[in-house]
Design a protein around this ligand. Structure first.
Ligand code: FES
Length: 195
């Protein structure tokens, strides 16, 4: 009986000591999971291709507008003056009392007419009832092209008001864009001739 009591007592004490030991021993500390939300956001952002669009509130949008407004009176005024100067340099603006006339022979039409130096070769021909080719009437295509056959560069005979299609070699061959060509000498032209 005594032996049984000792064994029971031993087991009881062992369990008690274990419970006490476990109670006072340091447990494994709880640590919160790392916050990876920023990392996830950055990773997602890196999968979106970069664009050239300006950022919202970019200074070039807001600031630029304000700056443009602030200088509008000055710069716009200067720009308008510049435009006015450009316009006044166009042969089309030569006042009637300063106009000079030149004899232009339209070879294919078999007609020679007086063309004012504030009138284009195209308009002058049309005013005489000629059916001349054209499209843009702004020097930006070659539909109205013709060739001055009086010898030398077409620029010896006409002033081109902002033609953008013919190179120097073509001008030297006598080619002209009749919609923006104002006479400054007498000449003969083959209309409907493009380089
Ligand atoms: S019509 Fe286009 S350049 Fe004369």
């Amino acid at each position: 009986m005594v032996e049984i009591n000792l064994v029971g007592l031993g087991i009881g004490m062992t369990l008690t000591l274990m419970a006490v030991a476990l109670h006072f021993s340091r447990g494994t500390e709880w640590t919160p999971a790392a916050d990876i939300s920023q990392e996830v956001l950055e990773r997602r952002a890196s999968t979106v291709p970069e664009t050239d669009f300006p950022e919202p509130m970019n200074r070039s949008i807001g600031g630029g507008g304000v700056a443009a407004g602030a200088v509008a009176s000055g710069e716009e005024g200067a720009e308008l003056e510049g435009e006015a100067e450009e316009e006044s340099s166009s042969p089309a603006d030569i006042p009637e009392d300063e106009v000079e006339y030149f004899e232009v022979e339209y070879a294919k039409q078999g007609a020679t007419i007086e063309v004012a130096n504030n009138e284009t070769v195209l308009e002058a021909g049309e005013d005489e009832g000629m059916d001349l080719p054209y499209a843009c009437r702004q020097g930006q295509c070659v539909s109205c092209a013709g060739q001055i056959t009086s010898g030398g560069s077409s620029e010896d005979y006409v002033v081109h008001d902002n033609q953008q299609m013919l190179g120097d070699a073509e001008l030297d061959d006598g080619y002209t864009l009749t919609c923006v060509a104002y006479p400054k000498a007498d000449f003969t032209i083959e209309t409907g001739e493009a380089p």
